[in-house]
Ligand binder design. Structure first.
Ligand code: GTP
Ligand code: SPV
Ligand code: MN
Length: 587
């Protein structure tokens, strides 16, 4: 498919290493995809679902020890440990290569090597970058075909350039003890062994579009962020775009596909989804920030997705979708997960492949079970989705899961303060990564597991971008949909009602509404959040999720400082100044 020497010689080395029985180039054609689905169904790797209800949809179960990203086994391999920084696992590159090649040696014997040429971003856009992933998994191929732009046009666009990201995946034996996800930012290389789960093996996603791309962005003057992109259309037909960074399983897909509450719909508000997980962001010719979604599909959390919480996502999964680790319904050949509806099957097959009944006491779908759905299926996909120039960004929003402390929304005083707000983010852990769930940890800009270099330098890069943007910089906000009351109930209904908060954010950007200045930033006057038609929220209860408890914030400031101390002298001066300001404001 290509004469590109850098690709061919890299492939020769890998073929020599892993010794595949067969080699198949992926051209992304419908005929080839169909053939691969057939092979995967025969081997049991995929189960074909009811094609009348769910055309071109399939189910896949991963190994039970391989259901989420493994942050403890993910490494940034740079010449020095300082380059990776205190928040990343680090391995010296030559040692890492040696160990990984030892593990991967001969691992494709009896298997086929699939070579996937793909583009992150519309093929040919100046935002876009090319990758080649080799894999021994049809599941990976079929997911990459949904999640990225795959095919020969990518290679034609690349020509004989050496500017492409090398991605090498081998399932090996799915041995947890030998599972490694390694990024080599200086070599544009990713190696992933002994896993078959999403974020560990769809190398275009977190490994490339965030870890490698964040490093490239730092050197080339742009940004790769764990952010959704949505457009909010007002009754006049004007669309404003917002990027929002929340940690894994903290609501990006849901916010990106939000359905306005009835009262907003009636007035003509619409929400358009440009992206649900990753943004590549550049300064445009007019000096403003522009973002594209480098992906071509959604790898979304299944549990909790339903006709009320996210009908757009649900609709997107009705064709051409791969479901991973959800429950199978033998009665009609469809799928089910917790929170889909109140009708679990009387007899299901759970995500482990075991018989399941509603009273058996274990979940039918894994909490991190996922759907891989083509973006074009989404009813609210933005008309700008394929725009090679991206969309202009009016506001940047940070947020996380905080049962206490963080108010529903607040605005930073300026870009520098906004960078501080992002750097100080914390959130309760979720099932998206292996390990304990519900523990509050610091997760700057929702990038803790995804920043490909020293986080201190990453914050400095944010400051530098702000310098270049000057007064064209988007306004920066923080939100928290997850505040809980004494009884552990969410205090804010969330989902569609989050538009009420977005409306305030847009009004702030347009100087159309006032705010209260507090120790942590600007907070809304409760009467400025439109509660018309909302259920379960009054102006009083709203006021209580908009409070700033100075004592709690003092403890928080200590926690933030302790976290920063890991970075030593590398911590940007701008961050130091901000934490001092916060502490002064809290006195
Ligand atoms: P990743 O794909 O892992 O990056 O996750 P994500 O950030 O896209 O999260 P997603 O939108 O899939 O939401 C994860 C979970 O949070 C789901 O169980 C949702 O039901 C829940 N959730 C999303 N938005 C809200 C909200 O506004 N309020 C509440 N209470 N829960 C929400
Ligand atoms: C996340 O964990 O943030 C995801 C899913 O979006 S994964 O692709 O596994 O990283
Ligand atoms: Mn994510």
């Amino acid at each position: 498919m290509t004469q590109n020497k850098s690709i061919l010689s890299w492939l020769d080395e890998k073929i020599e290493l892993v010794k595949p029985d067969n080699i198949v180039w992926i051209d992304g054609s419908e005929a080839q995809i169909e053939e691969l689905r057939k092979i995967a169904c025969e081997s049991g790797e995929l189960t074909k679902l009811n094609q009348e209800v769910l055309p071109d949809c399939y189910l896949h179960r991963t190994a039970v020890n391989d259901v989420a990203r493994v942050e403890g086994r993910t490494f940034i391999c740079t010449p020095t440990k300082e380059e990776a920084g205190p928040t990343n696992n680090w391995m010296e590159p030559s040692e890492a290569y040696k160990m990984l090649y030892e593990i991967a040696k001969d691992s494709y014997k009896g298997r086929t090597m699939y070579i996937i040429p793909y583009s992150m971003g519309p093929v040919g856009s100046e935002f876009s970058k090319v990758g080649i992933e080799i894999t021994d998994s049809i599941y990976v191929v079929l997911n990459m075909v949904i999640m990225t732009r795959v095919g020969k046009d990518v290679l034609d666009f690349l020509g004989d350039s050496e500017d492409w990201i090398r991605g090498f995946h081998s399932r090996c034996e799915i041995n947890e003890e030998k599972r490694y996800i390694c990024q080599f930012p200086q070599d544009n290389t990713i190696i992933s062994v002994n896993s078959g789960y999403g974020g560990n093996v769809l190398l275009g996603k977190k490994c490339f579009a965030l870890r490698i791309a964040s490093y490239l962005g730092k050197n080339e003057g742009w940004m790769a962020e764990h952010m959704l992109i949505l457009g909010i259309e007002n009754p006049k037909g004007e669309v404003k775009y917002v990027c929002a960074a929340f940690p894994s399983a903290c609501g990006k897909t849901n916010l990106a596909m939000l359905i306005p509450p009835e009262y907003y719909k009636k007035r003509g508000y619409k929400v358009w989804c440009v992206g649900d997980d990753i943004s590549w962001i550049r300064i445009g010719e007019d000096g403003r920030l522009y973002a594209i979604n480098p992906e071509n599909g959604f790898f979304g959390v299944a549990p909790g997705t339903n006709a009320k919480s996210n009908p757009n996502a649900l609709e997107a999964t009705r064709k051409g979708t791969i479901f991973t680790n959800v429950m199978y319904k033998p009665e009609d050949g469809t799928v089910w997960w917790e929170g889909l509806d109140k009708n679990p099957p009387a007899n299901g097959i759970d995500w482990k492949g075991n018989p399941w009944t509603p009273d058996c006491g274990v979940p039918g779908a894994h909490p991190n079970s996922r759907f891989t759905a083509p973006a074009k299926n989404c009813p609210c996909i933005s008309s700008e989705f394929e725009n090679p120039q991206g969309v202009p960004i009016s506001a940047i929003v940070f947020g996380g899961r905080r049962a206490k402390l963080a108010p529903l929304v607040y605005q930073s005083r300026d870009w520098k303060h906004g960078v501080f707000v992002g750097s100080a983010m914390a959130s309760e852990t979720t099932a998206a990564a292996s390990g304990a769930v519900g523990v509050v940890r610091r997760d700057p800009m929702a990038m803790l597991p995804f920043c490909g270099y020293n986080m201190a330098d990453y914050w400095q890069h944010w400051f530098d971008m702000g310098e270049k943007l000057g007064d064209k910089a988007p306004k920066i906000f923080n939100v928290n949909w997850f505040r809980k009351d004494e009884d552990g109930n969410f205090m804010w209904p969330g989902f569609g009602d989050n538009l009420r908060v977005l409306e305030w954010i847009i009004k702030r950007c347009d100087d159309e509404v006032g705010a209260k200045e507090t120790a942590i930033g600007y907070l809304p006057n409760p009467s400025d959040i439109d509660l018309e038609g909302i259920e379960g929220v009054t102006e009083e209860s709203l006021a209580s999720i908009l409070d700033v408890d100075k004592e709690l914030w003092k403890t928080e400031a200590d926690g933030i400082e302790e976290f920063y101390s890991k970075f030593g002298d590398r911590l940007p001066q701008g961050i130091r100044e901000q934490i001092d300001t916060l502490k002064n404001n809290l006195k």
